[in-house]
Design a protein around this ligand. Structure first.
Ligand code: G3I
Length: 304
């Protein structure tokens, strides 16, 4: 039978989901996870607070649960996220300056080494640009260690794992705007200077108030034209019924139109699994039944 993964594979793309290890005792959840998807992103289990709860002591068990299940299912894995201002363990969020910079480098080295050769891609840096409309960096403890923290993170990840594609990941970048253009300029600069970067992740958390921008595809294409892969990394679309289904189809069509768009990941399986479940933004309802949006994704890939 057709699945999201098989429909996408027929067009040379992956179709993935965020996965939560603590839901692996729910057989409806794991049934859908194992059957429908060809890529998996640990929703929280690879974040700094989860993997290095106290300084220089690492715990990988819940993330390994996800990675091992994916491997057993022939699914690939996206790592998420090595350096991010959010979900830092308390000991890190209270650091600054050289101490924080060194802690970030040590964290990336250890975690990227642990998963070396096992991941399709890493979200090396997540959400480093601000939403204030001027293309500036987000002011965070990591930013305050120096403007070069992002390239240091990428170089550190590459030194630890030469196989994973190294991505920059962000949200509110779904059209051509000050934030996406600032990221575009950073990627262009990195490529010009030989800073290792392979991909840009577009989270694409879409609100019903602001549906897909008309330049969504053009924005993806301009990054692809720089020579990096583009990935839709956290797709969820607030709404329901036909409107929601059509917007999902439009995201699929945009990715199909951009050769370097390698795949789409939805940020959860059932609406009840969503970080914003009240928006019913995913492809399966709370009982795990496919919604109209599911059918429109399948048909947008040209499958039936
Ligand atoms: O694991 C603890 C649990 O032990 C505790 O009982 C419970 C209540 O306090 O909290 C649980 O941790 C929660 C975790 O999700 C796992 O469920 C955290 O409080 C909660 O903050 C965390 O939320 C996650 C959020 O990132 C945090 O920033 C969401 O699940 C996750 O979907 C969301 O994902 C982010 C991406 O990583 C980056 N892009 C935006 C996206 C949505 O915010």
């Amino acid at each position: 039978a057709t699945t999201l993964g098989s429909a996408a594979s027929a067009k040379g793309k992956y179709f993935g989901t965020a996965a939560a290890a603590y839901k692996f005792s729910d057989s409806v959840y794991t049934g859908l996870l194992d059957r429908e998807f060809t890529m998996v992103t640990p929703e929280n289990e690879m974040k700094w607070d989860a993997t290095e709860p106290s300084q220089n002591s690492f715990s990988y068990s819940s993330a390994d649960t996800i990675v091992n299940r994916a491997k057993a299912n022939g699914q690939r894995v996206r790592g998420h996220a090595l350096a991010w201002h959010s979900q830092q363990p308390g000991w890190a969020s209270s650091l600054s300056g050289t101490a924080l910079r060194n802690a970030m480098v040590n964290h990336i080295t250890n975690v990227a080494t642990h998963y070396k050769g096992q991941l399709y891609a890493w979200d090396v840096v997540n959400e480093a640009f601000s939403d204030n409309g001027d293309g500036s960096r987000r002011s965070s403890n990591l930013q305050q260690t120096g403007n070069d923290w992002i390239e240091v993170a990428f170089k550190t990840a590459r030194a630890a794992d030469s196989t994973a594609k190294l991505c920059y990941n962000d949200y509110n970048t779904d059209g051509v705007n000050a934030k996406s253009t600032a990221i575009y300029n950073m990627v262009k600069d990195f490529l010009a200077r030989g800073v290792p970067i392979d991909c840009v992740g577009f989270q694409s958390h879409i609100n019903s108030a602001s549906p897909l921008p008309s330049d969504y595809q053009a924005n993806l294409q301009r990054f692809a034209d720089l020579g990096v892969e583009v990935q839709i990394t956290e797709l969820d679309i607030a709404g329901s019924g036909t409107t929601q289904a059509n917007t999902y189809a439009n995201v699929v069509k945009a990715c199909l139109a951009v050769t370097k768009c390698t795949g789409i990941t939805v940020w959860g399986i059932r609406d009840s699994d969503s970080w914003r479940s009240g928006d019913t933004p995913l492809l399966f309802d709370n009982s795990g039944n496919p919604k109209a949006a599911y059918n429109s994704v399948i048909s947008a890939f040209g499958a039936t």
